[in-house]
Design a protein around this ligand. Sequence first.
Ligand code: ZN
Length: 198
Amino acid sequence: MQKNGLLGQLIQGLCCLPGVGPKTAQRMAFQLLQHNRNGARLLAETLLRAIDEIGYCRECRTLTEDSLCGICADSSRDSSLICIVENPADVWIIDQAAVFKGRYFVLHGRLSPLDGIGPDELGLDILEQRLATGSVNELILATSSTVEGEATAYFIGELAGKYHVQASRIAHGVPMGGELEFIDSGTLSHAFNGRKQI
Ligand code: ZN
């Protein structure tokens, strides 16, 4: 079988999925072509549309196909309460747990000076502008409990203090070094309700 033929290219392409190695990619490719061409077509078309149409919300920087995401556009949500997260996936996870009715701000990473990731790379200049307007009452820092996540939370806490905005850190039940995507909604609920002012 030709490795650089179309089938080989498909298998190689599938390897870009997280957690998918060559063997799994091979299984996926054969399964799709032999048993589910309709599903494969839908996947391919949706993926293309998603790549072309999904960008970032101008307010909170999460993923959305509109200039303003559904959460930022929802006037019933509390815009004075902002939950700071590292990734768009965290917004999705926290919102599914339905423990939070404010807005979000996505950093797209965490402070890591050695990797050249400073405050501007995380959009903190945009966040600071928001704090300066006086419309924000509280920042809930939901960055990961990794060393960089803690350092990022501390830095943003200081920034909040500069504008007399209360900052709190989600606390209970979040394991050390934990990333939000591995936490169940019950634990997440405790983490929000038990947040500590910093
Ligand atoms: Zn938004």
